[in-house]
Design a protein around this ligand. Structure first.
Ligand code: SF4
Ligand code: SF4
Length: 317
């Protein structure tokens, strides 16, 4: 049975394991709404009551289909990439309609790489979130970020309810500081009553082989309420639910789940620096038209290239 927790002082109760919808979206696995809905529905049936998505993931339709006629409790967090008020307002209204909801549980500023000035730079969009919370159309607001400084700043603001930070045991993708810096910013924010749910606990898939250790590291950090994990198959949902319920998964079963995975380079993020090519011991990566490209017949899914990428463009999905 999956355990539940309350996100900070929001009063919103979620399962400690949340379903991350990024991976099934058009930027990564590009699953159809029907395929995606099947996997999400499986997650709901297995007891997961928390889904994280975003305007840019293109997965509202997947979620809407999955939750059709679902009567149990379900919390959906989403995010807006908007900077100004009008755009944020459009994104809120779009989410309400596309997800078929009367109010949004959690709406965050989608600010992955933005630094500590994000609330000033995107003041219009954040004001819109505050106003819609006031109107009762959003229950909790905040920010999603890879940046230590943004977590620190958000933790000190009275108008932030929830923070969605990036953290993992090897520090892949953390901006503006170390794993220790991020952990202490998270703890301080939690002590001020913020709800914290983590992302990228498996470092974009490169910690799959050390999954138990990676999840344990994040879930035992002081201040973390929950973690969302990207899942693209029913087998993966099943395995993650079992791990979060305290079961030990036999190595053979893990292998089966890993075998369905592959390396994905998110072209839109790749800046063509070539660091991943040098990091790959198998010669599976090369530069094609200024972007990194993988030869899947050579890729062993060892994960050495993932931490080498400063843009977080390489994922195992
Ligand atoms: S996962 Fe390993 S083998 Fe595959 S491209 Fe990356 S470094 Fe090379
Ligand atoms: S390290 Fe990242 S940004 Fe650089 S070429 Fe590889 S995928 Fe692209």
């Amino acid at each position: 049975m999956l355990s539940k927790t309350t996100l900070g002082r929001t009063g919103i109760e979620v399962t400690k394991l949340g379903f991350g919808a990024l991976v099934m979206g058009s930027m990564q696995a590009n699953m159809s709404p029907e395929e995606g809905a099947k996997v999400i529905r499986k997650a709901l049936e297995k007891g997961i009551s928390f889904i994280d998505t975003a305007h840019v993931y293109g997965t509202y339709e997947h979620i809407r289909k999955a939750k059709k006629d679902w009567k149990e409790e379900l919390v959906i967090a989403t995010k807006t990439p908007a900077s100004d008020y009008e755009k944020a307002e459009r994104h809120i209204n779009y989410a309400l309609e596309a997800l078929d909801l009367e109010s949004l549980d959690i709406m965050l500023l989608h600010a992955a790489r933005a630094g500590e000035n994000v609330f000033r730079e995107r003041a219009g969009a954040y004001q819109c979130l505050c106003d819609y919370k006031e109107k009762g159309l959003i229950k909790a607001i905040g920010v999603s970020t890879h940046h230590v400084g943004t977590v620190r700043v958000a933790g000190q603001r009275e108008d932030v309810d929830v923070i969605h930070p990036l953290i993992n045991v090897i520090g892949t993708g953390i901006l503006g500081g170390t794993v220790e810096n991020m952990a202490s910013a998270i703890e301080a924010s939690s002590q001020r009553g913020k709800g914290i749910y983590a992302m990228k606990a498996l470092a974009g898939g490169s910690l799959l082989e050390r999954m138990d250790e990676a999840f344990k590291f994040v879930m035992t950090l002081p201040g973390i309420d929950a973690v969302v994990v990207g899942m693209v198959s029913e087998a993966e949902v099943d395995m993650n639910c079992r791990i979060f319920s305290g079961e030990t998964i036999p190595p053979k079963e893990r292998e089966i789940a890993f075998r369905q995975k592959h390396l994905k380079i998110v072209e839109a993020y790749c800046k063509g620096c070539g660091r991943c090519v040098d990091a790959c011991p198998s010669g599976a990566l090369s530069m094609v038209d200024g972007k990194s490209s993988v030869d899947r017949s050579k890729c062993l899914l060892c994960g050495y290239c993932t931490p080498a990428c400063p843009e977080f463009a390489i994922r195992v999905i």
